[in-house]
Design a protein around this ligand. Structure first.
Ligand SMILES: C[S@@+](CC[C@H](N)C(=O)[O-])C[C@H]1O[C@@H](n2cnc3c(N)ncnc32)[C@H](O)[C@@H]1O
Length: 250
């Protein structure tokens, strides 16, 4: 491993996984399990283990996007992986695509988009949130994501770029829809994500006024199964509702 690389340290404590994301440096990494001399990581590779001064053993790995989802510093509530999966699958975002997104929030959706698309532009109205997202995205090793501070309702009216997909996770998405046609490449997709049905209704009305093909609104219900010696069944605690996803194509 090299200085500056971001690593995931995982250990088991009282039968539970405990994990930390940190950067390889010459400093010590401090946690409730003692201090790890980060210099020792220079002689390690993914899958090796390292011990804290208190004798707690950690496995060293490179973090992946679900790890950043759990550990990134949060501002707004991020879109969760089940919904990200739906957006990626139904738009077919790929390595040739440029994607426009708003709002950036924590930057979780941005990271997934950046790991697949050629280029991502994301607008965030709050500079303090934009700065947190930039740090999160840089830690994830992505260099193709451009976080711009601004109000998407105004910014979209001055954009002279074209995008294959545009994704809106803002309360005012319906006010952006009238301008989306001007920035989408032929055959491009608009995706909106809203927690409330009233917002979704306003978005559908705005979409109908613009005139898109193939408009659909979906909700993804994820049901985890619980396995134990007593028996197996759907888990009693689960995510109820997250948001409605509307997908439209020009
Ligand atoms: C729910 S969060 C987005 C979370 C993000 N999708 C993620 O996965 O981390 C919504 C964000 O949109 C921003 N926002 C709200 N209205 C906006 C607008 N008109 N233009 C740009 N950003 C906006 C908010 O400040 C907030 O950070």
């Amino acid at each position: 491993m090299k200085t500056g690389e971001v690593v995931l340290l995982r250990t088991i404590h009282r039968r539970k996984v405990k994990e930390f994301i940190t950067t390889v440096s010459s400093e010590g990494f401090h946690s409730e399990f003692g201090v790890i001399d980060m210099n020792e990581l220079l002689d390690k590779k993914a899958g090796d283990s390292i011990e804290s001064h208190m004798g707690q053993r950690f496995i060293v790995q490179y973090p992946r996007l679900p790890d950043f989802f759990r550990h990134a510093k949060r501002t707004g509530a991020p879109i969760i992986p089940k919904d990200i999966g739906m957006i990626l699958a139904y738009t077919g975002i790929n390595h040739r695509d440029t994607v426009l997104e708003a709002g950036t929030g924590t930057g979780i959706l941005c990271m997934y988009l950046g790991s697949i698309a050629e280029h991502v532009v994301s607008y965030e109205i709050r500079e303090d949130f934009a700065e947190v997202a930039r740090v999160n995205i840089q830690r994830a090793g992505l260099t193709n994501v451009d976080i711009r501070c601004g109000n998407i309702v105004e910014a979209i009216q001055h954009l002279d770029e074209k995008f294959n997909v545009m994704i809106l996770d803002t309360q005012d998405a319906s006010a952006v829809v009238p301008y989306v046609r001007d920035v989408l490449a032929p055959g491009g997709f608009l995706v909106t994500y809203s927690p409330f049905i009233e917002q979704t209704g306003a978005i559908r009305k705005a979409i109908d006024e613009v005139g898109f093909f193939e408009v659909r609104t979906i909700e993804c219900i994820e049901r985890e199964m619980s396995f134990s010696e007593k028996g197996s069944r759907p888990a009693t605690i689960r995510v109820g509702h997250t948001g409605y996803i509307t997908i439209a194509r020009i």
